[in-house]
Write a protein that binds this ligand. Structure first.
Ligand code: 6PG
Length: 253
């Protein structure tokens, strides 16, 4: 287990969604205690949807002051916002359209721009304005998933933005990747206060083991590039996904 990871194993997808929703609510409460907005970057994919639905439909269990929350996305597909592949559309349907009151702000990636690169540049300007920073914005929480090839957000093997590039957001176009993508860069991800990976299912067991056993960042395993500089990282996995990690239900670090 790499020293910078902490693996929390939950019995199944439902238990993971419940614990992830509780983590979200706690992170939001901490931001409120700091007297600031809670700025969260949502993950795409299917894994987080159950968590999103819980947060929107069980306010008593996961109390969040939605009027103090600003929503962003860790990555997006270069499709219109009403496209079935859109991470924004999926989050609205599962979560944002069902909140008991309007959030402080919802900042989707502007995918009607002319290209993924143009959308990335526009989103970068959105981030700088919303966070009122010239440097790298610090998200309070970033939710991420893990692909079976080791990708996270839209950081794919062989298509990692150049780390020498100081961009906050990158347009990703690669052979065989359709549609194109827009992604927060590893540097932006690594400035977060808290990063939580949500990993579910037996098909993720091998890749999760490989990522957690990696002793150094590996561009061929893009999820290993996520190593928050000052923040925390938690890997939440159900037992099926953690089957190859030699860990039963519980927490270890
Ligand atoms: C996306 C996500 C992507 C996702 C992984 C896991 O836009 O699809 O950002 O990184 O988190 O592919 O997806 P599942 O949760 O569907 O397995």
């Amino acid at each position: 287990m790499s020293p910078w990871s902490s693996l929390q194993v939950l019995d199944g997808p439902g238990e993971l969604a419940t614990e992830a929703a509780a983590r979200f609510a706690r992170a939001a409460a901490r931001a409120l205690e700091r007297g600031s907005l809670f700025r969260v970057a949502l993950s795409g994919g299917s894994t987080p949807l159950q968590t999103y639905r819980l947060l929107a439909t069980a306010p008593a269990s996961f109390p969040v002051r939605w009027g103090s929350v600003q929503f962003f996305w860790g990555d997006e597909r270069f499709v219109p916002p009403d496209d079935p592949q859109s991470n924004y559309r999926a989050a609205c349907e599962a979560f944002l359209d069902h909140l008991p009151c309007p959030p402080a702000g919802v900042f989707p990636v502007p995918t009607r721009a002319g290209s993924p690169a143009a959308a990335a540049a526009a989103y970068e300007a959105t981030l700088r304005s919303a966070f009122a920073v010239q440097g790298v914005p610090q998200f309070d929480l970033i939710l991420l998933g893990l692909g079976t090839d080791g990708h996270t957000a839209s950081l794919f093997p062989g298509a990692i933005p150049d780390p020498r590039d100081a961009a906050l957001v990158a347009g990703i176009q690669a052979e065989g990747l359709s549609p194109g993508r827009i992604s927060l860069t590893p540097n932006t991800l690594n400035h977060a206060r808290e990063v939580v990976f949500l990993v579910v299912g037996a098909d993720k067991a091998d890749i999760l083991r490989r990522v957690l056993q990696s002793e150094a960042p590996d561009p061929d395993l893009p999820a290993t590039l996520v190593q928050p500089m000052d923040g925390t990282i938690t890997w939440m996995a159900d037992r099926a996904a953690a089957a190859d990690c030699g860990q039963s239900t519980g927490e270890r670090s």
